[in-house]
Design a protein around this ligand. Sequence first.
Ligand SMILES: [Zn+2]
Ligand SMILES: [Zn+2]
Length: 180
Amino acid sequence: MVFAPDTEVALRSVVNLINTAANGGEHLATLKDLDDFLDAEGFTGSRTRDEAELASVRRLRGELTELWLADEATAAETVNRLLREAGALPQLVKHDPWDWHLHATTPEAPLADRMSTEAAMAIVDVIRSKEMDRLLVCAADDCDAVVLDLSRNRSKRYCDTGNCANRAHVAAYRARKAVS
Ligand SMILES: [Zn+2]
Ligand SMILES: [Zn+2]
């Protein structure tokens, strides 16, 4: 484990959120898409279930994409701004099935504020552990999905959205065949 469990869960959610727009796609097109995404990621708490909420999550997705690709100093600035804007106040909580972890917003806070705070708190861990190089973009030439490398030996290079690793493997094999 590279980070605390809640941090890793939050970072995986950020990856999944950013990748809903990977490679020119839009997997957060409708309110139903948002419901499905939040269910899959285990997000609970208050919802308005309207277009404004959907738009706020898509806006956050854009900000988190920039944050993912940012250098350390810029990322730190963005994290501080996100926490300020959401009025974040870190508190240790314990609720089933989770052991002690941090919440920095209340369940009544707007969805996008809760999502941005959770993401920002996780990136706080990444930055202060000097681990920004674990936040990557897929190594496949034709793929812009983001990748979270939580491997011990920092070996993850391809995203989980398609079969980029497979395709790269096949391409490398063909290239070797071609020269031999
Ligand atoms: Zn919780
Ligand atoms: Zn990829």
